[in-house]
Ligand binder design. Sequence first.
Ligand code: SF4
Length: 154
Amino acid sequence: MNIHQYYPVDVVNGPGTRCTLFVAGCVHRCRGCYNKSTWRLNSGQPFTLEMEEQLIADLNDTRIIRQGLSLSGGDPLHPANLADVGRLLRRVRRECSGKDIWMWTGYRLQELDDSQRRVINEINVLIDGKFILALKDPALPWRGSSNQVIHQLR
Ligand code: SF4
């Protein structure tokens, strides 16, 4: 999997203070996408084991308490990202007790296949759906357009 950005301390993408990872690869091609540079799977840089270790360490850092991890992109549920995202999330569950996991995807919850559903079994909150320019609303918390839904999964 490739990634575009990793913010070890982020207060914008989700509640509280978080670690946020933007992955590469998205098939949705939304008009008005804020992040077109992430569409290609081979854009950005490889997500290495060292980066994964750092992310786990950051989540467990007691000097700056993180509420959890946010995963965006690109699309963390792109079929090519599922193996790596799934492995990362299982590690966060196992090694970062008490941290919540938020995820943004262009797919709708109802249309996820079995392998995507296995990945979201690990998360707390899914914000789903494409960005629709005609429904854009900057006042919405954590969403770009009003068709997108915040699903509290656990
Ligand atoms: S789902 Fe997100 S990253 Fe993908 S095209 Fe739409 S707005 Fe851009």
